[in-house]
Design a protein around this ligand. Structure first.
Ligand code: AKG
Ligand code: FE2
Length: 214
């Protein structure tokens, strides 16, 4: 990595760190280049063809029905210690960013969990929070979008519900544009994925402050 790129990255991470501390979220455009995005999409489509994806939030019987009313996307977990080659730039950059955030925000991030997510046309994920009540180890939700030339007409926007101090809330709509990294505090910000009208792909995951033992 040349010094100029390193400095540019440092400036980007500094901005993210300030935004997360001040308002709980940050959007980094161009986190992945168009070529990097298309290589990851090739991996996703090859793995899809092999049947490697599963409907998210699998339950049995009535439970599964209920899940399908809350979310309709397909996922495939990624071993972040041994990711597909096409994902190496993403994980390397993410590690650099985590090092920076740990130094500046004292987030204490020590682990992560990541999966590919594919929403087919009609896919959605209703309003929710990313932490489960039994474990609070998810600190930041990190979603990198992989959708070239996405427009508002394609649906599938991420909608964040941002709480105000006075109990009211504001909403922020984010399009899942290729190369964009979305970071937000997992325990604080409820969000939803609006119905997508075309295939919508991402690497979705969580930066965690401890390794989950069970
Ligand atoms: O893909 C997105 O924009 C958000 C996905 C999400 O909320 C989740 O997987 O928990
Ligand atoms: Fe979520």
């Amino acid at each position: 990595m040349t010094k100029t790129i390193a400095l540019l990255q440092e400036a980007t991470y500094e901005q993210a760190s300030i935004e997360i501390a001040e308002r709980g979220y940050s959007i980094i455009d161009g986190f992945l280049s168009p070529v990097e995005v298309s290589q990851i999409l090739n991996t996703i489509h090859a793995e899809e063809a092999e049947g490697a994806f599963n409907p998210a939030g699998i339950g049995q019987g009535a439970d599964f029905q209920r899940n399908q009313k809350i979310r309709r996307d397909e996922i495939r977990w990624i071993d972040h210690n041994d990711p597909p080659v096409s994902c190496l730039p993403y994980f390397e950059r993410l590690q650099n960013m985590i090092r920076y955030l740990n130094r500046t925000c004292y987030l204490g991030i020590r682990d992560m969990e990541m999966h590919f997510a594919v929403y087919q046309p009609g896919g959605f994920y209703k309003r929710h929070l990313d932490v489960f009540h039994r474990t609070q180890s998810r600190k930041l939700s990190a979603i990198c979008y992989l959708n070239p030339e996405w427009t508002a007409a394609d649906g599938g926007a991420l909608k964040l519900y941002l709480p105000n101090e006075d109990g009211t809330e504001e909403t922020l709509t984010v399009l899942p544009e290729a190369g964009r990294l979305m970071l937000f505090e997992s325990h604080a910000i409820e969000h939803e994925v609006e119905v997508a009208h075309r295939e919508r792909c991402s690497i979705t995951g969580w930066l965690k402050d401890e390794t989950q033992l069970f």
